[in-house]
Design a protein around this ligand. Structure first.
Ligand code: SAH
Length: 277
């Protein structure tokens, strides 16, 4: 491995597959920022915020490749062909994706297409919404008092149908479940979790537009969430978390505290008390 540098040379004719994090530009990595400053073209997804794109020089061309406002989404194969084409023109191509490119982001598919085409590439990980987005809601992914495991799942598969995963196994084995792309099939997912034995009073949270100025958090339970979502303005993009870690938010919602919310200062002992009865 070469010496570390945050200014790795972005060579013409190469593609960098980079994560932009959940939305707050402050969550970009130095590598991604450097890539934005040196790219000849940026091919970005719908989940990359304008505040992030604004960090690129004004002269840098940007191409949108994603889903927006119900219009048909760009086909994955077209996106891969486009970045290959741009690289073959000798451009430094930055493929910028929301969150982390390798977490439910099709980064693996694009990387594989680049390998087949013989295009050199780099991957720059990003902060995934299922971790960073929850942190912005004051919900830690793990806490020693609540869970020693966590599972990240997607609500639907490549065909758009509800994920064909073993919900029972995940429910039994994972005290905390983080669900990406949950909104489309939320009723079915809630049903699967309840059928698998997760209690109706299990804490659950929906974090919508995580880390953005319009972030909204809905704290609810498995039993009441469908009704609560209907009443709320929660919509995609939302990351959903099921499990006791949600209760920690009452003590750890640092963003809320910045806006005057009073935090419970003994959240740790409350959880321990609850567990020991
Ligand atoms: N690669 C991305 C995930 C892409 S899949 C990542 O690592 O985060 C798209 C899903 O990600 C959305 O349906 C939503 O569940 C979640 N998501 C991405 N950005 C989000 C944000 N700012 N707020 C809430 N959820 C987000």
């Amino acid at each position: 491995m070469k010496n570390f540098t945050t200014k790795t040379e972005f060579k013409p004719g190469t593609v960098w597959l980079a994560g932009a994090g959940p939305g707050d530009p402050g969550l970009l990595t130095l590598h991604t920022l450097h890539a934005m400053e040196s790219a000849d073209v940026i091919v970005f997804d719908a989940l990359v915020s304008d505040a992030i794109l604004d960090l690129a020089p004004e002269r840098t061309p940007r191409e949108f490749a994603g889903k927006r406002g119900g219009k048909p989404s760009y086909k994955q194969v077209d996106i891969s062909l486009r970045i290959i084409q741009l690289a073959r023109q000798g451009k430094r191509v930055l493929r910028l994706k929301g969150g982390d490119p390798f977490v439910f982001g099709r980064g693996g598919e694009e990387a594989a297409a680049l390998v087949s085409a013989g295009i050199p590439f780099r991957v720059i990980p990003g902060i995934t919404s299922g971790i960073g987005g929850l942190a912005y809601a004051g919900i830690p992914l793990t806490h020693r008092d609540t869970n020693q495991a966590v599972t990240l799942v997607t609500g639907h598969d490549a065909t758009g149908n509800v994920s064909q995963i073993n919900w029972k196994a995940i429910s039994d084995g994972s005290p905390v479940i983080v669900i990406y792309m949950a909104m489309k099939h939320i009723e079915r997912i809630v049903q699967e979790l309840q059928n698998a034995g997760r209690p109706t009073n299990e804490p659950m949270a929906f974090v919508c537009n995580a880390s953005m100025p319009n972030q909204t958090v809905l704290e609810t339970t498995l039993g009441t969430c469908l009704e609560d979502v209907k009443k709320s303005n929660i919509k995609p993009p939302s990351v959903v978390v099921v499990g006791e870690v949600v209760n920690l938010r009452q003590g750890l919602d640092w963003l809320g505290a910045e806006n005057g919310k009073l935090l419970i200062n003994n959240i740790h002992s409350r959880i321990v008390e609850k567990q020991t009865g």
